[in-house]
Write a protein that binds this ligand. Structure first.
Ligand SMILES: *Cc1c(COP(=O)(O)O)cnc(C)c1O
Length: 423
């Protein structure tokens, strides 16, 4: 099946007389007739549901659609994108370990890796993702356990060079994890380019309507944990909390997701509510149609901004003038996404005047849904930082993140035009 068909038909395939749409299994627990059957589930000897803190069928059906779309082997939903990225790394890193992440990743993930996980004894080195391979190699240490990046970074819209990073990871016997939130599997499937594990904030385009927070992890099943057994003892040595079971030998290609479910979901419980998983399922069914329109609208808006003399700069990978245009064509031939960033001449003050003059476009923290919205990190999410600190974080003080929605592009442009006319 092509990706558009997988959006609509992937995952759930009802049998005769079964519901056409994925049912919401609003149940905390499952009933078994014998104590032995129940016991086998707890020993991971049989598969089946027992408690929604670990697994729920609505979640698994939505996850399996996403898994087919990404070309993965196994997948799980989490309560948020933050939980997905935390689980994805923590599933293979423990106290004393180190990993590498692009310094351009989403601010929430940056904080999770640089501040909170540091308190757990896991060290992250942030690197400039545009450095050549030889330079990047210098950051790898004997205790480095994975590399993390975003297909298209939020909010700076830089495109990750998958081939460079997968070579870096695999030359060092470690997996590459990529957050594919902005591109979605409709526009890019990182596993096809050597990425081992993909994560999502389903809160964004997948949900698509700003209705529910969620996340997902998809494992390609391609990384050979046993070939690097000394680096990943959590997967390759017995888990005492499961009677000495070894994930990599007992579950093969499903080892990573099984461990994340059996250990991390059990202990942290960041499960997505079945109701939200249902919205993920619904959102995925129209994702291909929406992404095409997001990209079409965004390109029109980006071209308009680029040609306006009150606009200092525009960063949108689909623009021919963009630094990442070639990488975009290589990895995202259908288009990047609906998000771009730009700066208005005159900096902070003029940016604020511009934003306050908008009528149709709203100021929200959210990004990547049906309604066009924007955010000015210097006045909103990053307002505690000085201009110098912002520059250090790679976010110019005039950067406005614009998320182009599904309205008529001409109406979006007209709103921007009238607001620009006021400054
Ligand atoms: C929003 C976002 C996250 C965090 O997701 P939540 O669902 O808000 O927890 C992670 N990565 C990227 C790229 C995001 O845009």
């Amino acid at each position: 099946m092509n990706i558009d068909t997988k959006c609509v038909q992937g995952g759930y395939r009802p049998g005769n007389g079964e519901p056409r749409q994925v049912p919401i299994y609003q149940s905390t627990t499952w009933k078994y007739s014998t104590s032995e059957e129940m016991g086998k589930l707890f020993d991971l000897e049989a598969s089946g549901y027992f408690y929604t803190r670990l697994q729920n069928p609505t979640n698994d059906l939505a996850a399996s659609k996403l898994c087919e779309m990404e070309g993965g082997y196994a997948a799980m939903l989490t309560s948020s994108g933050q939980a997905a990225n935390f689980y994805a790394v923590f599933n293979i890193c423990e106290c004393g370990d180190h990993f590498i992440a692009s310094s351009s990743i989403y601010g929430g993930t940056y904080n999770l890796f640089g501040v909170t996980m540091k308190k757990m004894g896991i060290e992250c080195t942030f690197v400039d993702q545009d450095l050549p391979l030889e330079e990047l190699q210098k950051f790898v240490k004997p205790n480095t356990k994975c590399i993390f990046g975003e297909t298209i970074t939020n909010p700076t819209c830089t495109v990750l060079d998958f081939e460079k990073f997968s070579k870096l990871a695999h030359d060092n016997g470690i997996p590459l994890i990529v957050d594919n939130t902005f591109a979605t599997p409709v526009n890019c499937r990182p596993i096809e380019f050597g990425v081992d594990i993909v994560t999502h904030s389903t809160t964004k385009y997948i949900d698509g309507h700003a209705s529910s927070v969620g996340g997902a992890i998809i494992d390609s099943g391609n990384f050979d944990w046993m070939a690097h057994a000394d680096k990943f003892p959590g997967l390759t040595t017995p888990d005492e909390s499961y009677h000495g079971l070894t994930y990599a030998t007992a579950f093969g290609k499903a080892a990573y997701i099984t461990k994340a479910t059996a250990q991390l979901m059990r202990d942290f419980g960041s499960i997505q509510a079945p109701q939200n998983a249902y919205y993920v399922q619904i959102g995925l069914e129209s994702l291909h149609v929406r992404m095409e329109r997001h990209c079409k609208n965004a390109l029109k808006v980006a071209e308009f901004l680029e040609s306006n003399d009150k606009v200092a700069w525009v960063n949108y990978p689909d623009l021919k003038t963009n630094k990442y245009f070639d990488l975009k064509n290589k990895y995202l031939p259908k288009g990047s996404c609906g998000v771009m960033c730009f700066g208005i001449k005159g900096g902070r003050d003029q940016s604020i005047k511009f934003m306050d003059s908008l009528n149709l476009i709203s100021i929200v923290t959210h990004v990547a849904d049906a309604k066009t919205c924007l955010l000015h990190p210097a006045s909103h999410t990053h307002r505690q930082l000085t201009d110098e600190q912002l520059a250090e974080a790679g976010i110019p003080s005039d950067l406005i993140r614009l998320s182009v929605g599904l309205e008529d592009a001409d109406d979006i442009i007209a709103d921007i035009q009238q607001a620009l006319d006021k400054i």
